[in-house]
Design a protein around this ligand. Sequence first.
Ligand SMILES: [Zn+2]
Ligand SMILES: [Zn+2]
Length: 161
Amino acid sequence: MVPEGETVEGGCLCGAIRYKLTGPTLYCTQCCCIDCQKATGTGHTTIIGIHRDQLDVAGSPKIYTTHGDTGGRVNRHFCGECGGRLYTSGDLPGPIVMVQAGSLDDPNVVTPSTVIYTKDATQWDRFDPALPAFPAMGKRSPEAQAALDEIKRRPVTTAVM
Ligand SMILES: [Zn+2]
Ligand SMILES: [Zn+2]
């Protein structure tokens, strides 16, 4: 994970959009839902949760909005030139954005800790069997959920999500 105060960089395939991500990363999850499969053309997407203010984006991503199965808008931000996926924002996560781990210049700075939406997983995708896996949304310990709820209450001071 990216520790507090440390900054890593990432961007899309063509380099038109670049970003700086400052730790601490809150979680890293592999999501197998159908929307993630369709949006990425892969078996699952690996996402890193951070507060919006921890992401500094240079360039203007395009946004494609759908509605999640728990309600609320899901906004997928991607490069209009190369199609590279960058991050997702939405109503329910509020100020939390989910960065596509594969868009980091060094994706190995994070390690997934859970797998979610395994009910939709393809037969050929493989995950670390040691990771907690959930059929749909993941469940956090009360302490982890309280910490995340506290961060969600922090206002967003940067530009539009
Ligand atoms: Zn691009
Ligand atoms: Zn998903």
